[in-house]
Ligand binder design. Structure first.
Ligand SMILES: *Cc1c(COP(=O)(O)O)cnc(C)c1O
Length: 363
């Protein structure tokens, strides 16, 4: 029985009639860019997360970039990012001309180690991008305390954490602005690329919307040079359908993660949630001393697995010019050779989890 890391087909089968009719409505209307589907999804998503404004855009990397551009972050500025994340978190910083300043990972979780942020703050620092990696909220009280005391902006990277909550508040409502990705495999994924910016700041939202739409405030009224970054109507229509299922899917992810943790407690280091957080398990990541053996055992059983991510950001060739070394990121580099993501998606069955755990344990 082959078990993929993520199975988007099973999810489609479970909501096929809803999705097909939503897409058919777009085709019938032949409205492909903008229009009621996009506006409706923006309203629904803002309502779901609990933010005042939602500006949709083309993907979750653009949303980070657009937020920073709207905040006036650019050349000569520095932005604090975690060393352990997907490259978008730091790539977006470089794209606006600023310099990413990497911080090591918390020793017990996979989010930014807030105790190491203040030593990296300089007069050039403008913002902090906490990433709610794998679906676990970063320590936002500390991030906000540090940001407030140094006059910094906080941009939450929520690409892996749709629906996650910190002390009863959904992530994406705690910082000054938040970035979401709707890449197909995310907890809320479109059938193509998509992204969104959430904020309670009306001026910031308006500025982001202008940047994402060629600098226009109205048709042909270009106040600045912006860019083209939009969510297609078909993607918005699919997202509206899928948003209705998000809580139920996140609950299943949590249930599966709990079962994994029960079965693997003796054989691997299992992921933990902080006591005041709702972890939505975008990924279920274990640590294992003999990762190559586990990977072989899973592959032989036809089970998918992956490493998120095989190299910490500061040590990638892309950042060679910053001359950073492994000793500066001991926690992140320590995990790097041990972390392994096991299959996790809402439609996974209990029997499949048992099969996967048997393969891990036998290694
Ligand atoms: C997926 C992801 C993004 C950006 O996603 P896009 O593929 O550009 O939509 C940003 N940050 C993190 C942590 C991600 O996982």
């Amino acid at each position: 029985m082959a078990i993929p890391l993520v199975d988007l087909k099973r999810q489609y089968q479970s909501i096929k009639s809803e999705v097909d009719s939503a897409i058919r409505a777009c085709l019938d209307e032949s409205s492909f860019i903008g229009g009621r589907h996009v506006q409706q999804f923006e309203e629904e998503f803002a309502g779901y997360v609990g933010a005042r404004h939602c500006v949709s855009c083309a993907n979750g990397t653009d949303s980070l970039e657009i937020i920073m551009e709207a905040m006036g972050i650019g050349v000569e500025d520095e932005v604090i990012v975690p060393a352990h994340s997907w490259i978008s978190s730091s790539e977006a910083v470089s794209s606006v001309g600023a310099i990413p300043v990497f911080i090591d990972t918390h020793p017990g979780y996979y989010t930014i180690d807030t105790s190491r942020i203040e030593e990296k703050i300089t007069h050039k620092t403008k913002a902090i991008i906490p990433v709610h990696l794998y679906g676990l909220p970063a320590d936002m009280d500390e991030v906000m305390r540090i940001a407030d005391s140094h006059g910094l902006k906080v941009i939450e990277d929520c690409a892996q954490a749709h629906g996650a909550a910190y002390k009863g508040k959904k992530v994406g409502t705690i910082g000054h602005a938040a970035s979401f990705s709707f890449y197909p495999g995310k907890n809320l994924g479109a059938y193509g690329d998509g992204g969104a910016i959430l904020t309670n700041d009306q001026d910031l939202a308006a500025h982001c919307r202008m940047i994402a739409n060629h600098g226009q405030v109205e048709k042909h009224d270009h106040r600045i040079e912006g860019r083209n970054s939009r969510l297609d109507s078909i993607q918005a229509a699919v997202l509206s359908v899928k948003l209705r299922h998000l809580d139920e899917w996140n609950a299943l992810r949590i249930k599966h993660a709990t079962k994994y943790t029960d079965l693997l407690a003796e054989s691997a280091v299992t992921p933990r949630s902080t006591p005041h957080s709702l972890h939505v398990y975008h990924l279920y990541v274990i640590q294992h001393e003999s990762r190559p053996r586990v990977v072989t055992s899973l592959s032989q059983a036809g089970i998918g697995c992956a490493i998120h991510y095989p190299c910490v950001l500061p040590l990638l060739p892309a950042y060679a010019h910053l001359n950073l070394t492994a000793v500066q990121f001991p926690n992140s580099v320590g995990y790097q050779s041990r972390i392994l993501s096991l299959p996790l998606f809402p439609e996974l069955t209990g029997r499949e989890i048992e099969t996967i755990c048997e393969a891990v344990i036998s290694a």
